[in-house]
Design a protein around this ligand. Sequence first.
Ligand code: IMP
Length: 187
Amino acid sequence: MTDRDVSLSHAIREVLFDQATIATRVAEIASAIAYDYRKRRPLVVGILNGCFPLIADLVRSIDIPLEVDFMAVSSYGSGTSSSGVVRILKDLNQAIDGRDVLLVEDIVDTGLTLRYLLDNLNTRRPASIEVCTLLDKQEARTERLEVRYVGFRCPNEFVVGYGLDYAGLYRNLPYIGVLRPEVYQKS
Ligand code: IMP
């Protein structure tokens, strides 16, 4: 096997958002969040697994006091289309009644995962819940949802990198791209 065969970028057909573009946009969103929450102490909730690069970069640019917690949900299994079935694999470590919650997602696609999470968290009586997503695939949306902070509109294609995976792989790509079709066909 050659170095070229194992290199992650070899599996990418097209780069949609490069590292510098992502960094600039994440910093812009962080400034907006810092301003909007300047009089509050938000609980920033990352939705695992895909949120990890975004939440790490985002919170380090939000220059106000905040807390961080995580939830893990499964929605897709290992394929590329939504099953519509959402399971909580890890819940929050704390109660959120009276808290200003900011959910951080990698991507909102159909919106089924977010719909489930918002319905679930709203029963816990937070003061507010807003959503921040790096990518918004509006064309695929089946749920009516309000997403306050959006990094980029994303074409209706399956994308990987910067936390987003295909069958568990490619989360560690520093940019976001579209996989080559051969990669699906092989698996
Ligand atoms: P939704 O429930 O259809 O909105 O899907 C949300 C979840 O599906 C995201 O948090 C991702 O984990 C996954 N997902 C949706 N689209 C993509 C994609 O293009 N690449 C990788 N994961 C995706």
